[in-house]
Design a protein around this ligand. Sequence first.
Ligand code: NDP
Length: 347
Amino acid sequence: EKVLLTGGTGFVASHVLDSLASNGHPVVVTVRSEEKGNRLLQSLSHFGASNQVQYAIVPDISTKNAFDPILHDHRFTYVIHTASPYQLSFADPVNDCLNPAIKGTTYLLDSIHRLCPSVTRVVITSSSAAILNPPNHRDVYDESSWSDVSWEQAMQPEHTYRASKKFAEQAAWSFLEEHNPRFTIATINNTYTFGPLSRSLANSAKFSSAEVNTSNRRIWDLIHGKWRNPDGSACIPSTAPVFTFVDVRDVADAHLAALTASGQRYYTVGGFFSNYQIARIVDEEFKGVLGDDVLPNLKGQEDDFEEDKHWKFDVSRSEKELGIRYRGLRECVRDAVVSMLEFEKGT
Ligand code: NDP
């Protein structure tokens, strides 16, 4: 069964692609340029999966009908939509983030509806941002919860990204109600996602810190001395506002399982974490490798995560219906660091 995967160069998509290829699916990935497509195929050839993967160029998902030629030319059974802007701030909230997130989703659904009747399921990468409601947290979060973030708040940089995820997901469910298409949808509402970097960055002379995706950036900063003062003392950033993480490989498995599970939201969380806990794990696992002048001295440092004062999460639906057995923080952080060190060395 052929799959269309949008945002193929991204961090989450890279792992979804690995899972799709391992499961024998032919895949068409969308990328924004020929250069990025070639780089992706090159990285896959090391993995031995390049012959079942093709790329198609979609420079901007917020352009109407951008997906039409691809959906016209292929008989897809499934579509996985991961492409969406994910940065900490945007110069122009509407054009740089909200439009690509929201219109990118509805235009894609519209093109599938008009042009590709063979599609049975569309899996959309939403986010825990569409579920969580800071600062007025609920006691326990699950798929029944929606963020209250408003369009007005979306114009403030600190809220733009999370609002984009809520409005994009709402737009997808509304599309289903209004158009009653042949396909159904499922959303993966993953929380902060860490883990091995996107394969398309591997073996590339062009690899630089700017290419490390937003959620992994904190681990990158830590292993590049940014959580340490010149005298070696720690300057660990606050973990707030989100204290939950999930391993990207579990997120990828969830996307695959959601191709055939029931069409609903799936909240995916591996557990609680704090930046202090990440620093402690990296210290225990990599101090010898990274040298003495990189990691912060953790003596006297306090963990800013207090479990008894914290909201809870219920991910029983993704465990039961998608069969996810969540990886722990140590495995996730360790493998992220290993991949960063490998990519930097160009191995
Ligand atoms: P990345 O930045 O690594 O991937 C985003 C992908 O979307 C890239 O391939 C990017 O292409 C593409 N993209 C962004 N804007 C456009 C656009 N206007 N037109 C075409 N393509 C575009 O981020 P992640 O892999 O982390 O994110 C993937 C998805 O997962 C997103 O939907 C994100 O919201 C969601 N998510 C991520 C979480 C995380 O912690 N990482 C947590 C929860 C949800 P290019 O690189 O070429 O710009």
